[in-house]
Structures are given as structure tokens and as C-alpha cells.
Design a protein. Sequence first.
Lengths: 91, 464
Amino acid sequence: MEYDIKKIAELSALRINAEEENILRQDIAEMIGLVSELPDISVNNDTGQFMDMRSDNPEPSYCKCVTSDEIVAAAPESIHGFYTVPKALEN
Amino acid sequence: MLRENKCSAAEINADVQARIKEKQLNAYITLSADTAEIAENADNSFAVNWDQHPLMGIPVAVKDNISTKGMLTTCGSRMLSNYVPFYDATVIEKLKHAGAVITGKTNMDEFAMGCASDTSIFGSVKNPINADFSAGGSSGGSAAAVASGQAIAALGSDTGGSVRQPASFCGVVGFKPTYGTVSRYGLIAFASSLDQIGTITRNVYDASLLYNTICDRDRRDSTSVSARSISLPNCSALKGLKIGLPSELMTDEISAEVKKTVNDAIIEMGKAGAVIKPISVPSLKYAVSAYYIISSAEAASNLGRFDGIRYGYRAKDRRSLKEMYERTRSEGFGLEVKRRILLGNFVLSEGYYDSYYKRAISAVELLKREISEAFKKVDVMVSPVYPEPPFRLNKVRSKTERYTADICTVPASLTGYPAISVPFGCSADGMPIGIQLMAERFNDQKLLSAAYAFEQMIGGGVDE
């Protein structure tokens, strides 16, 4: 299986150095080999992965949602009801 | 003992704390500071309503990927080494309401990706039976804590066997409930369609008690469903029970010691009146491949949120936003996490989606149908938990060897069915070996009843 480890790393927003590249190239090849064993299975196009819901689902007995006020109150810094994060770039 | 006033919560807590100090297993990443105070408050609670607060004063450990308000939640990763959630996961709210004393956050494989608890930046977890051996993973810290008395019970998360396998390695009970019956709100996601919070306890009774406390439908988790409480089990549950043994999980890949343990367990079940039926589920051979495709694809997506902007680790020395993202992720994630992200993005990338992801989804559908058919003939399936007994911490294995070893646990994860590992045998090294029982979806009651009856029959599950 041909694949470009640098391209996949770029898609993954990862920088890999030369040492990691060697290790990962081998590992990913091994993993792709493992997952390539799957044949093309026909299941009548019914490929949904959702589980059946129970018909006797009552209303949730427990639900306390976090409010935006709580989120902002818990943030290290906030301005006018919005939480702030440190600058990503200084200049 | 607490209910009968034979000991106090403060005494139990002091004993647990002493064991944490005494045995250095690296089971915990963070210890709670206020356990003594909470235990004392539990003792001072006048006339405890045990129905409402069934865990009053009981020390419970929590895996470090479950959010705890005001307490570090690291996922065993540098990426979240400074992350303190401002809210409790639903299961933590429920534990607190039940009166549990949270002892601390337990060590784990980074982002729950692994089977030996050796990919954590905080170091490997040691097995309490023999510190040269692995405690299993990824919930190795929770299993080691319970097995060593450093907690009475623990929560773990199970995506492909991460509760059942470490429980088996440490000689305790690991229960993965039906997918959806326990809220995932506050569980840091690895593979959302497979992730399930489960329990690690010293016996099946405790597993049902803990499950009853944490199960419920939760509007904050769209996949959650209502769950019926377990009314504990009767000892005659094995009589007439039809137990299936899938031939695909007893192949030559399974070590002789583990096979013997499972065969011995079946003989014991037969003696108790269970009817053993050999069965075949051919698509089980696809389970590992499908699991690694789906879980890696979901991990690649879920872990995309860790970019250094909102929380967690942020790389220094960045010249552009793109460089900051990449450096943050490259420095924040360990090698195993990077492998899974890379594989996940590969199988989802253009030109490969049909060959991998779509095939995996079809394989899971086939697996669900075949297992569902099998459950028309049997009540419970029995199998090994892991193909080999606990291995030494420094054992070198190829990636394929590591991943294919998940063959016995991933089917329950892919289908959402409940499964439990119960300790039964012992390896030549003196390490515990568990057996796995699996039931059809929402048959948690039947599963726990069978496991409880089996445990009682073999004289296990004795609490201290």
C-alpha cells in the first residue's frame, strides 16, 4: 500500500521529525496492513451505525445543563460576557 | 459494613489512604485533598437514607479522562497536563449525590489508547499482584487501585476493552454496560460511538450497586437511553441458562493457559445446570480491523479540538497560527496517539474512504446481525477476555500483535452489547486470568445475574 506519511501528517496538523517519521512510516504501514484485511461486505446498503432506541424511553430524570454564565464565570479571563483565550500570536 | 455500623467512613478512608501511601503502583495521577473531610461528613450524616445515598462514605477512584470540577483531568497526556474542568461529568454528579468519596484520578493510557497503561506521560501502572507485570489498560490505574485496596470501587472507560482487560489482569471485576445506559457527558471523547463508562469493582454485587448509581438517561448525551436498575441477582441464575462459546474466540491465537481457564469455567457452569452450546459467529474475524478503522477515524476527528487555543498545552516559539497548531499537537501528543490520528486521517482521506471506513461500517453491521442471530439461540456468550495472561511491563510486541490481541473484547464494543470480566483462573506466573461474559443489548440484568451466580459458585467475590 502506497501512502505519503508527510501528507497524512499535514492533514492531521502534526509535525513529525525524521526519527518519528521512520518509526511512524513503519507502524502505519503495519496498521494499514492489518485493517486492509477487510473484504467488501454487502449488507443491503443498510450501513447505519445507530443503535435502536428503546420505545419505553421516559423523559430524562436527571438533567442540569451548564449555563453560559457558569462557563464565563469559570474562565480565567472574560470580557463583556465572553471568555478570552491567550493571544495565539504576539505580533 | 458501613450500613451495619461495623466501621466508619473515616476508618475506611484512612485505610484506603494508608494503602495508597504504602504500595507505589503509580495507580493515581491526582489524589483528592479533601477525602478525610468528606468521609467525616458522611459519618456525621444523621440517619443515612441508603436508598438515596447508596455509596455514602465509600471511596471511589475515577479514571483521569472523566471530567471532575476543580480537579486535574489529564487523560494521561501532556496535552491536558494542566487542564482543570469547571464542571463535573454526569457520572461524577451522580457519585457525589450518592455520597461517594472521590479518592482521586487514576492513571491510564494516553487518551485511553492502549492495553498496558504504558503510554501515559505519568509512567506505567504496576500490577498489584506482581509489580513486574502490566496492570492492563487503558483503565490500568482504576483496576490496580481497586485490586490493591487503594479504592473500594472505580470508574473506567471502555472503548475496545479498556475496563474488562485491566480488570482481568488485576483479578477484579470489570463491567461494560450496554452502550448508552451510562451518560458520556464529561467523558473526554476517544471514539464516541464506542466509548462507554464502566465499573471496576471487587465483586459483581458492587458492580451492580455502582451501575445502579451511574446509569440513567441524560439529555446532555444524545446517545443516552433509559436503563433499568439491576435488582441483584439470584444464585440460581445459571440453572438452565444457555451459554454460547464462539469458536472464533477460542482459536490457536489464544494461549493454552487462557483456553484452559475458559474451558474449566464452562465445566463449572455446566455443573451448575447451564447448557453449553458451541456457536459460530464468522464475522468476528473482521472485528479487530473494523474496530481500528472506526476508532481511529473517530479519534482523528475528536482529537482535532486539541489545538492549543482554548485549553490544554500550547507550544511556545510559534511564528504562524498553522505552526502553532502543528507544534502544539506534535509536542502535546505521544507517539501512540499520533499513530491513531494518522491512521484515522488516512482511512478517511479521499480515495480511501470506500476501501476502509465504509467497509468497516458494513462489517460491523454484519457482526451485529450475526451476534443478534446467535443470541436467539443462547442467553449469554462466554469467551476469554484477552488471548494471553498478564504480560511483563517491558514485553516488546509489534503493533499488529498488540492490536489483534483485542479480538475478544472489541465485539461487545462494536455492537454496543454489555460484557463483564470475572476473575477465575491463574497463570503459571501466578497472575490472574478472567473470563468474559456477554449478553444482548439491554440485558445487563441477565448478564450480571449470570456473572453473580458464577462468582458465588466458585467462591469468588468475597469482600474484605
